[in-house]
Design a protein around this ligand. Structure first.
Ligand code: PEP
Ligand code: MG
Length: 325
């Protein structure tokens, strides 16, 4: 099967009725980049920058970050690279960054909440990302957005970072695209208010499921409740997809849910444009996409949205998939 899947590498992720989906790779470390290319990923849909900050006494400075982002952008030409600003806190523990101890870290100072407190650190990272955008197609993504104020504050700091580079005579892509992760219930519920602020959404299902269902993503005692096909999740995804479509922005997904073949038909039905996943998942998703019609996904979704429990949704999806594969 692996060999057979290799055949998909250079084919587009296009459905039988002509809907084109873009499949990209998630990357944490630079050495994962060849795997994205080898599996036919169209660039990087999520670069998790936390790993640059791990295992070292001092955070990487602007130049060091710039070099990493530039190399990544160059390797992916002509495809884009979406660089997510630092997402520490919660389950992402970076010992080098001294976070105060919190009783409830998942609900605490993490993602942009931390970055908006440590503004100098965020601006340094933004300058590095901007500078890399002169060398390939780079996009910026902010994690853990829960309200309009936060994205506006991030955009304000981005403007300052641009002005600082202008002063230093350094170039960047003036049309760089800006996006946010949709991974809190509040962001999903106000997706229509967030959409006009950005060029794209990327749904982080790992956190969205955790927060929507109030189930710690790493807690084995409640793992049975962590259900990607829970009706609440389907509804949230529908709201996000609809809001994005109405505003005319791109809607993607970069959580683990994007890499599960059984869900691909649903995501097609929801009208997602981009799925970003661990590179080895790409060929399997591409195979599903190429063998179905988007209309099948829309019809399936309409049925699923009427079902009351995750098990019912799951069983229905399995039946649909086994008819086809
Ligand atoms: C997510 O939450 O789905 C996501 C992609 O981000 P992370 O797993 O890094 O929190
Ligand atoms: Mg997340």
């Amino acid at each position: 099967l692996e060999k057979e899947l290799q055949a998909y590498r250079d084919l587009p992720a296009q459905t039988r009725d002509g809907y084109r989906l873009t499949l990209r790779g998630n990357v944490e470390l630079a050495h994962e980049v060849p795997a994205v290319l080898a599996h036919g990923g169209a660039g990087v849909g999520l670069f998790r920058t936390e790993f640059l900050f791990l295992n070292r006494a001092q955070p990487p400075d602007e130049d060091e970050q710039f070099e990493v982002y530039r190399d990544l952008a160059q390797k992916m030409i002509p495809e884009p690279v979406t660089i997510r600003t630092l997402d520490v806190g919660g389950d992402k523990f970076v010992p080098e960054i001294n976070l105060a101890e919190e009783e409830n870290p998942a609900m605490g100072l993490r993602g942009v909440r931390f970055s908006l407190k440590e503004r100098a650190l965020l601006k340094e990272q933004l300058r590095a990302i901007l500078r890399a955008s002169s060398y390939g197609e780079v996009r910026i993504m902010f994690p853990m957005i829960s309200g309009v104020d936060e994205i506006q504050a991030c955009k304000g700091l981005l403007s300052e970072a641009r002005a600082e580079l202008d002063e230093r005579g350094l170039s960047y892509d003036p049309d760089i695209r800006i996006g946010i992760m949709i991974e809190t219930p509040s962001a999903a519920l106000i997706a229509d208010l967030l959409a006009p602020e950005v060029d794209f959404f990327s749904v982080g299902t790992n956190d969205l499921i955790q927060y929507c269902l109030a189930v710690d993503r790493g807690n084995e005692h409640v793992a049975y409740l962590y259900e990607p096909l829970h009706p609440a999740i389907l509804r949230a995804l529908k709201m996000i997809g609809d809001a994005g479509r109405r505003a005319g922005i791109e809607v993607g997904m970069c959580g683990e849910m994007a890499g599960e073949p059984a869900y691909a038909l649903i995501l097609l039905g929801l009208g997602f444009h981009e799925l970003s996943m661990n590179a080895p998942c790409i060929p399997r998703i591409k195979r599903v996409v190429r063998e179905v019609r988007r209309q099948d996904g829309e019809e399936l979704l309409a049925r699923l949205l009427e079902l009351p429990r995750a098990q019912d949704v799951s069983r229905y999806v399995e039946e649909e998939m086994s008819k086809r594969f």
